[in-house]
Design a protein around this ligand. Structure first.
Ligand code: SF4
Length: 61
């Protein structure tokens, strides 16, 4: 798995992301370094973008 946490981030150009606090975020490039991500929701009935989450998020450590 490639990610920024181990210093070898390969940006996945199919997954744009600006969450620089995430361990998988490719620092200077606004992309995710994972091959795929899991998206989900914390709401019972999601109605707007704020209701959904990247569940692959991991706090940069
Ligand atoms: S895992 Fe999710 S939050 Fe983290 S960089 Fe990838 S898309 Fe962004």
């Amino acid at each position: 798995m490639s990610n920024c946490a181990n210093g070898s981030c390969t940006p996945n150009r199919s997954i744009k992301c600006t969450v620089s606090n995430c361990a998988y975020h490719c620092a200077d490039q606004q992309y995710c370094g994972l091959n795929s991500i899991q998206v989900g929701t914390h709401e019972a009935n999601p109605t707007k973008s704020q209701c959904v989450d990247c569940e692959s998020f991991k706090l940069k450590g």
